[in-house]
Design a protein around this ligand. Structure first.
Ligand SMILES: Nc1ncnc2c1ncn2[C@@H]1O[C@H](COP(=O)(O)OP(=O)(O)O)[C@@H](O)[C@H]1O
Ligand code: SF4
Ligand SMILES: [Mg+2]
Length: 334
């Protein structure tokens, strides 16, 4: 196995907000709580979970684009969590992000060539005279010809714009890229092309990805490991094949039961998830999933289940799971 690239311990993020008609009530959104994981060099680690469960917040906090409220992120032996913008600058180049909506990162008044030149010149990765060749290579890397350099974002299709957003991240010669729903807004046929492009680039440049997605079918094929999040917490983290073959957390099982099973002989039980995700303004005590979990007991309301390793590399946060083959409680009948 490769070495750890980023080691994350107890990462949390709370957003103070104002509520009430006059904004007179202070409240806190607990978007991310006690996230602990090691990102291995060269891997694709995916994060999945329902909308609002804290996937983007995790990505932003790891990159210190949002200042974490607590916890630690160690990259190249350096603690990043509390670095200010100036201190973060030497690390910015290595740690990039591609968003779902490339419009948010591309200036509509800049040509593609200008947009790609900006990070190259900022990080002094090429001189003015080397720039045209560097741009040409970047565009070729993402499957675009040189003539795109003089175009504006609005002249491009969604897939082409996403290629430019990837090229912009790549321009910094990064080691780690957070792909935050980077293919979610694209047509299905274009999704496959962009996904293949990301995989080719990973091979070519030895990149490490944190791939954030809600489409489990996509994640299954591209991930080395998958983390499942629920209401700001990591519920399960496992090698992708393990997670799909033997999901242990009741939430993961419910999520996966909505995904078509490629093996018709599979004995996986179908489970329907009941109710809505509770608000992160006032998350349930103990295990945050207890209000929707078919196995929940009193202990689940009282005690936060720790993330425990059940088999090598397969971690789960659930009081009921005792081994890779046994869950100690039966579903509570309604
Ligand atoms: N800047 C912010 N201020 C207040 N709440 C926020 C902010 N950003 C995200 N949140 C809240 O934090 C929770 C997690 O959000 P997010 O990380 O975007 O989830 P996901 O990416 O999984 O959909 C959500 O409840 C969201 O509304
Ligand atoms: S800890 Fe309890 S409520 Fe949480 S997932 Fe496990 S059985 Fe369900
Ligand atoms: Mg998100």
């Amino acid at each position: 196995m490769n070495a750890p690239l980023i080691t994350i311990k107890g990462l949390s993020k709370a957003f103070p907000i104002r509520l009430g008609a006059f904004g007179d009530k202070a409240a806190v959104v607990r978007a991310l709580d006690d996230f602990t994981a090691t990102i291995i060099e060269g891997e694709t680690l995916s994060l999945v979970g329902e909308s609002g469960c804290g996937k983007s917040t995790t990505g932003f906090c790891i990159l210190n684009l949002q200042r974490p409220s607590g916890g630690s992120i160690v990259y190249k032996g350096q603690e990043l969590a509390q670095l200010d913008d100036d201190a973060m600058r030497p690390f910015r180049r290595d740690l990039q992000i591609v968003f779902q909506d490339p419009y948010s990162t591309l200036n509509p008044r800049m040509t593609i060539g200008e947009a790609l030149s900006e990070p190259i010149l900022f990080h002094k990765l090429a001189t003015k005279s080397e720039l045209p060749a560097r741009l040409s290579r970047l565009l070729a890397d993402v499957g675009l010809s040189d003539r795109f350099a003089s175009r504006y974002p609005h002249e491009l299709s969604g897939g082409q714009r996403q290629r430019v957003a990837i090229a912009r991240a790549l321009a910094c010669e990064p080691r780690f890229i957070v792909c935050d729903e980077a293919i979610s807004a694209l047509d299905v046929s274009v999704q496959a092309q962009i996904l293949n492009l990301l995989l080719d680039l990973q091979d070519k440049y030895k990149l490490t990805y944190l791939f954030i997605a809600h489409d489990l079918a996509v994640v299954r094929h591209i991930s080395d490991r998958v983390g499942v999040m629920y209401l700001g917490r990591l519920a399960e983290l496992a090698p992708s094949s393990d997670l799909f073959a033997n999901p242990l957390h009741p939430y993961t099982r419910a999520l996966l039961s909505a995904v078509p099973e490629p093996d018709p002989k599979s004995s996986r039980q179908r489970q329907r998830l009941q109710g809505e995700v509770p608000s992160p303004l006032n998350p349930p005590s103990g295990c945050r999933f207890h209000t929707r979990c078919p196995l929940a007991r009193e202990k689940c309301k009282a005690e936060v289940p720790a993330l425990r390793e059940i088999t090598p590399g397969h971690q789960v946060a659930c009081h009921a799971v005792t081994s890779a083959t046994t869950t100690q409680w039966e579903p509570v009948s309604a």
